[in-house]
Design a protein around this ligand. Structure first.
Ligand code: PEP
Length: 260
């Protein structure tokens, strides 16, 4: 973690929590995190709970992001939600290219290339997810995969807006499996992602936040968050429990302050 970049801890709830359950979560989380300023905290509820979470989190340290969005503002895209629709209810950002969206719902690099600038134009902060499968890692193709995903995803982002993009390195073999990347694997991949951003703009690379995601929990958070090119985490399973999520935020604060 580099103290010049504000760490971001984002919780991806996936297909979990009704509105009532999301309310219970936020009422439990808010007193635990108080007025934290040294770490940015984000929750990403399912679409239907977004408006309620925005209202409940208003004025707090917790931001609310969506888990995906369509690249078009409107049209014949049954079941989809667009950037202006999210912005209208004060959603602050959006996860784009999560591996589950790519693998299960056919989200393509071509669509992501349009989604990133569209999100930024609408006032949404994008978190672009990238990462390799187990087979790609075993074949030695990790960097090739990351290069392709980062270069495609950032291709149409205006240079001056690059620092606003967050990139989450999420090895697919570590998502929801309990298998966490070794610190050197996470550091190498996050440093490589930052170097790819440098290929677009040197100044932006120093500012872009690169997150680690994949079975991160309170027990393994400190060593991952302490890595020099890791600026926070995208957390799945552990983010659905307010105590565990607040503990990860607290660990990020300690790491940032140098207290480990
Ligand atoms: C994720 O889905 O982005 C994720 C990191 O999940 P988990 O923490 O459960 O591995």
């Amino acid at each position: 973690m580099n103290p010049d970049r504000t760490p971001l801890i984002a919780g991806n709830w996936k297909l979990n929590k009704t509105i009532a359950e999301a309310e219970a979560f936020i009422q439990s989380l808010l007193p635990r995190v108080g007025a934290v300023e040294d770490v940015e905290i984000v929750i990403c509820p399912p679409f239907l709970a977004l408006a309620a979470m925005v209202d409940s989190a208003r004025g707090s340290a917790v931001g609310v992001y969506a888990q995906t969005m369509h690249e078009e503002d409107a049209g014949a895209y049954t079941g989809e939600v667009s950037a202006p629709m999210l912005a209208e209810i004060d959603v602050a950002g959006v996860i784009l290219g999560h591996s589950e969206r790519r693998q299960l719902f056919g989200e393509t690099d071509r669509a992501l290339q349009l989604k990133l600038p569209r999100a930024l134009e609408a006032g949404l902060k994008p978190i672009l997810c990238v990462g390799e499968t187990e087979e790609e890692r075993e074949r030695g193709d990790t960097e090739r995969k990351l290069r392709h995903q980062v270069q495609e995803g950032l291709e149409k982002v205006p240079g001056e807006r690059l620092p606003e993009v967050v990139i989450a390195y999420e090895p697919i073999w570590a998502i929801g499996t309990g298998l966490v990347a070794k610190p050197e694997q996470a550091q190498d991949a996050c440093a490589f992602v930052r170097a790819l951003v440098e290929g677009f703009d040197k100044g932006a690379a120093a500012k872009v936040r690169v997150l680690y995601g994949g079975s991160l929990k309170p027990e393994n958070a400190a060593e991952l968050l302490a890595l020099p090119d890791v600026d926070g985490a995208l957390v799945g399973g552990a983010s659905t429990d307010p105590a565990a999520f607040a503990e990860i935020v607290e660990i990020a604060r300690r790491v940032r302050s140098g207290a480990g």
